[in-house]
Structures are given as structure tokens and as C-alpha cells.
Write a protein that binds this ligand. Structure first.
Ligand code: GLN
Length: 285
């Protein structure tokens, strides 16, 4: 079979599960089997029997609803390729909004220290470290996720401190110029109703408790104590949390909501107004 025929055949097989993404997914899987990106001029290349069999096995996994990104073991964010395993959330393009806003603030304010909480694969913190050179800490409650983050930091030549922490629990009185977080924010019941592919991702990275706001409530209590003067917290939110999340912080902070490219609220930028918030932080969460 030529590559062209194989691609066409693969798209057809993937269609029942992948739908309109079938052509992109077929190309990803064939590229993975060949060990190189394929181009249009490759159409007449022949494939070995071994390669065809390897591809069949991958297609079977995809037809059993395993996410494409876990099959090929990597995905891109901010133009960088990150290693992903079922221990971490797959990077979403939506999250580039958080990275772009954070990068702009890091440059504008000459921030020198970044804490990326709920780091998962490390994609946000590593992308920011790589693009700005900021001193970076990657933290997560999941040790398995941190192993993936460590691998990604190494791959990208980023020297980051990697800390296992339940939100701020491991950080004592430590402060940062900027904190980023893409927490789990989907209401528990909604997680159960998600596509089978998304439910293959770690529940820990998706489930934000009954109303999806559990982690934001904890952040609101503690974050100000971990920010330096003029420090800022950026968090991703769900499309319908553009009012509920800001409300949790608005009492003693300036809060701005930024929309993503689809015009949906996606990022909240929070700047504490007074040092009073720091004292409140002592109560823990
Ligand atoms: N954006 C992810 C989704 O739509 C959720 C990620 C998260 O909970 N942080 O599935």
C-alpha cells in the first residue's frame, strides 16, 4: 500500500470515533509509525508490512477511545511539544490564553519568580520559563504527574524546581512574583458526563468538586500570602465561570476576566489590593 492509500484507509477506519478529526488523527498516527512528519509529496511512498501492522494496532487503541495524545505520547502547547501520559491532563489550546497573558505580565513587570500550581505535564510553567527565562517552580499534588513534568523540563532544557504540594501546602512563607494555575474546575457530575476520551484523563485534573469551584475557594484564602508586592495570580476558568470565580476574589483584589479566541471567559487575573489578605491567609484551607 502507498502512504496515500494508507492514509485514506486510516481516515475511514477512524471516522466512527474521531469524526471530523479523523484526517488529522490519521496523519498523526501514520507520522508516529514512520517516525517523521509526513508531507503531501510523500503520497507514493510504500510502507512495510511491519509498519502497517503497527498502525493497525494504534488504530485499534484509538477505536477503543484512547485519546490520540496518549497513543502518540505527546502534544503541543505554545509551539512546544510536551510528553503526555494518562497521569496528566492533555494540553488544550484554550490554555495558550493563560500562557500569553502570563508572558505579557512577566515582561511588563520584570517578574523574576514563577510558581505554576497544578502543573500536570508542566506545560504552562515550562513554556513560560523557556520563553522568558523566569525562575520557575512546578508544583502538583500528583507525584506521577511531576515525573512527567520533570521529563518535559529536561527535554526543553529548563531548570525548574519541582515540588510535590497540595496547592500551597509545601510552600511555607515562600512568595513569588507571579502564580499561574490551571486547576481542576469541572463540576463532579459533569465529569461523569464527559466524552469517554476526556474521562481517560486523570479525574484529579478535571474534578473541581460539587460546583467546580473547590480549588478556587482554597486559592482565594491562601494566594495573597504567597505573592510579593505587585504580585499577580492568573488562573484558567471554565467557560461558565466568568462570574463565579471573580466573585471569590473580588473582596480584596482587583480582578480582570479575559476571553479566549472563541469569546468565552477563560482567564482571570487577580491582584491583591492590600496586605490584609495575607493575614487572612493564615487560616489555611
Ligand atoms: N479544559 C479542560 C476541559 O475542557 C478542563 C481542564 C481543567 O479542569 N482544568 O476538559
Amino acid at each position: 500500500m502507498t502512504l496515500r492509500e494508507l492514509l485514506r484507509d486510516t481516515v475511514k477506519k477512524l471516522f466512527p470515533v474521531s469524526g471530523e478529526s479523523a484526517p488529522i488523527e490519521a496523519r498523526e498516527l501514520v507520522s508516529f509509525v514512520l517516525g517523521r512528519r509526513i508531507g503531501f509529496s510523500d503520497g507514493e511512498t510504500g510502507l512495510s508490512e511491519e509498519q502497517t501492522e503497527a498502525l493497525d494496532a494504534l488504530v485499534e487503541r484509538r477505536l477503543a477511545h484512547e485519546p490520540l495524545q496518549y497513543i502518540i505520547g505527546e502534544w503541543d502547547l505554545m509551539g512546544l511539544t510536551f510528553c503526555v501520559t494518562p497521569d496528566v491532563l492533555i494540553p488544550r489550546q484554550d490554555t495558550e490564553k493563560l500562557c500569553e497573558e502570563a508572558e505579557a505580565l512577566i515582561r511588563e513587570r520584570a517578574c523574576r519568580s514563577l510558581l505554576d500550581l497544578c502543573t500536570g505535564s508542566g506545560c504552562i510553567g515550562i513554556a513560560l520559563a523557556k520563553r522568558t527565562g523566569i525562575e520557575t517552580v512546578l508544583a502538583d499534588i500528583s507525584e506521577a504527574a511531576l515525573a512527567v513534568a520533570a521529563e518535559n523540563a529536561k527535554q526543553h532544557g529548563v531548570t525548574a524546581r519541582i515540588v510535590q504540594s497540595d496547592l500551597f501546602s509545601a510552600f511555607g512563607g515562600e512568595k513569588f512574583d507571579i502564580i499561574t494555575v490551571n486547576p481542576p474546575y469541572i463540576p463532579s457530575e459533569a465529569v461523569d458526563a464527559l466524552d469517554e476520551e476526556v474521562r481517560r484523563e486523570p479525574r484529579l485534573a478535571l474534578d473541581g468538586g460539587k460546583d467546580g469551584l473547590d480549588i478556587y475557594r482554597c486559592l482565594a484564602v491562601e494566594y495573597a500570602a504567597h505573592l510579593n508586592e505587585n504580585g499577580v495570580l492568573l488562573t484558567e476558568i471554565g467557560f461558565d465561570q466568568g462570574e463565579s470565580v471573580p466573585e471569590l476574589f473580588a473582596g480584596n483584589a482587583d480582578v480582570k476576566v479575559m476571553n479566549d479566541d472563541c469569546g468565552k471567559p477563560r482567564v482571570v487575573i487577580i491582584e491583591p489590593r492590600s496586605k490584609r489578605a495575607e493575614a487572612d491567609g493564615e487560616s489555611g484551607c
